[in-house]
Design a protein around this ligand. Structure first.
Ligand SMILES: [Zn+2]
Length: 168
C-alpha cells in the first residue's frame, strides 16, 4: 500500500503544473496560484468551474476542490430499436439468436440470447454446446457477453458463411 501511495504521489507531482501567463487558470483566468494536475485543475480563488468543467468530490490538501473536464466522449444516443442477430450451425440450422433493445433515451440496452429448439426460439442458451456455435468455436460462451458488450455494430464475423445478421 505504501508503495502504491508513493507511486500515486509521484504521479501527481509529475503531472503538477502551476498556471502561467500563457496557460492561465481556465476558471478565474489568473496566471498564478491555481494549478493543474494532469487533466484536473484546481482554482485557488475558488472560481466557479468554467463551462466544460465540473466540480469533483476530490480536494487538495487545503480543501480546494478539483475540477474535471466534462466528459465529451459520451456516445451518441442510439435510436429506439430492437435488433437481433442469428447464428447458424455448421449444417445451416438456426442455432442462437442474440437481441439488443435500445430505449432511445441512452439507457442501458437490454440484451438477451435465445436458442432454436427446432420449432421456435426459446430464451437462454441451455443445452447449446459451445463447440456447436461456429463463431464461438475458438472462445468460451462467456465471450458472447463480451461480444455483445462491444456492440453488435462492431461484432466480428470470424466465419461469414455461418454468420447472418437480421435487422429488425
Ligand atoms: Zn483560478
Amino acid at each position: 500500500m505504501l508503495i502504491s501511495n508513493f507511486q500515486s504521489v509521484t504521479t501527481m507531482l509529475s503531472n503538477f503544473q502551476p498556471v502561467t501567463k500563457q496557460n492561465s487558470c481556465p476558471h478565474c483566468f489568473k496566471p498564478d496560484w491555481c494549478y493543474r494536475i494532469g487533466e484536473l485543475s484546481v482554482c485557488k480563488r475558488n472560481a466557479e468551474p468554467a463551462p466544460g468543467w465540473r466540480i469533483t468530490c476530490k480536494r487538495d490538501g487545503e480543501g480546494t476542490p478539483f475540477y474535471a473536464p466534462v466528459d465529451k466522449t459520451k456516445k451518441p444516443v442510439r435510436p429506439k430499436q430492437k435488433r437481433s442477430w442469428v447464428y447458424f450451425s455448421r449444417d445451416g440450422q438456426p442455432l442462437v439468436r442474440v437481441w439488443r433493445e435500445d430505449d432511445g433515451n441512452g439507457g442501458k440496452p437490454k440484451r438477451w440470447q435465445e436458442r432454436w429448439d427446432g420449432k421456435k426460439w426459446v430464451k437462454g442458451l441451455k443445452g447449446i454446446k459451445r463447440e456447436d456455435i461456429p463463431i464461438y468455436r475458438y472462445s468460451e460462451v462467456s465471450n458472447l457477453m463480451k461480444l455483445i458488450a462491444h456492440g453488435f455494430g462492431s461484432m466480428p464475423c470470424i466465419e461469414p458463411q455461418f454468420c447472418a445478421i437480421n435487422s429488425v
